[in-house]
Design a protein around this ligand. Structure first.
Ligand code: SF4
Length: 276
């Protein structure tokens, strides 16, 4: 295990490849290995946290903020997040409705920045950063401007947004899974349907998180985990010690993450040039 610091992926305490030891979790999360679900199950089971606030896909690409208090409820939130769910505005209500004191937030890098800044530098009486125990950020190349992308899918491919079952990024190709099969689109051809903010966003992994998590192309079936501090590293190690995940050294695969992070930064810098 090596520790590295890299300007493209932010501060790194440790890097792992991990996957759940729970067959049901693995079968539900074939692509990613289910390590985040497994680690959060461990944290819930042992009382480290009393809830997880995350996004759950409702229909097609749409989603909503939900609270999961158990492994079963976590499994119901599985799925890539391709439309942005306004977690920041909903999380306070969710925390209060559910009487939560120590939560994990699973979010996108832009949301991790909001939660991280609120936790580390609280400014307002309404801030609730002291209730956030762990921030887990998913790798993100962008989310779609919902209406323009669903219009594009329907107009050009006859697929209704509500019928989209899943969207999976494979290299430079996006697979849209729908009732009639799988539509493959070049990512470059659909950049125009991303949120404008995503086109100038430079953070791929979520620099403000405690743990960044995502898939690397060269190791399907495993989750790349970047722990950014000792507490996050201990959470991963303890989940392993208690049999929730299996873990190997992820540092040989960090190059894949750095490549994506560099691409995103380059895209952001190019788009920023057009703005000013
Ligand atoms: S690309 Fe950036 S702004 Fe867009 S959803 Fe991802 S993290 Fe947020």
């Amino acid at each position: 295990m090596i520790s590295v610091s890299n300007s493209f992926v932010g501060h790194v305490f440790s890097i792992y490849l991990a996957r759940s030891t729970d067959e049901e979790v693995i079968n539900t999360k074939v692509a990613s290995g289910g390590a985040v679900t497994a680690i959060l199950s461990y944290a819930l089971d042992t009382g480290l946290i009393d809830g997880v606030v995350t996004a759950k896909r409702t229909s097609g690409l749409e989603g909503e903020a939900v609270v999961a208090r158990s492994r079963k409820e976590l499994l119901a939130t599985v799925g890539n997040k391709w439309s942005i769910v306004p977690l920041a505005s909903r999380i306070r209500a969710k925390i209060e409705e559910n009487d939560l004191n120590q939560v994990s937030v699973v979010c996108l890098p832009c949301q991790a920045q909001f939660f991280g800044q609120m936790r580390d530098f609280p400014m307002l009486e309404t801030d609730f950063g002291e209730r956030i125990e762990y921030i887990i950020s998913l790798f993100c190349m962008g989310t779609f401007a919902f209406e323009t992308f669903t219009n594009y899918l329907y107009r050009n491919h006859g697929i209704r947004g509500r019928d989209v079952k899943d969207i999976i990024l494979r290299g430079d190709v996006i697979e849209v899974h729908h009732p009639g099969g799988v539509l493959r689109l070049s990512i470059r051809d659909i950049y125009q349907h991303l949120q404008v903010g995503c086109l100038v966003c430079s953070d791929y992994t979520g620099n403000w998180s405690d743990i960044s998590a995502g898939i690397v192309e060269t190791k399907p079936g495993w989750t790349m985990l970047i722990a950014r501090n000792k507490k996050a590293d201990e959470l991963i190690k303890n989940a392993k010690k208690h049999g929730y995940i299996e873990v190997t050294d992820g540092s040989p695969f960090i190059g894949d993450v750095i490549t994506r992070a560099r691409e995103k930064l380059t895209r952001s810098q190019k788009n920023m040039m057009y703005l000013f």
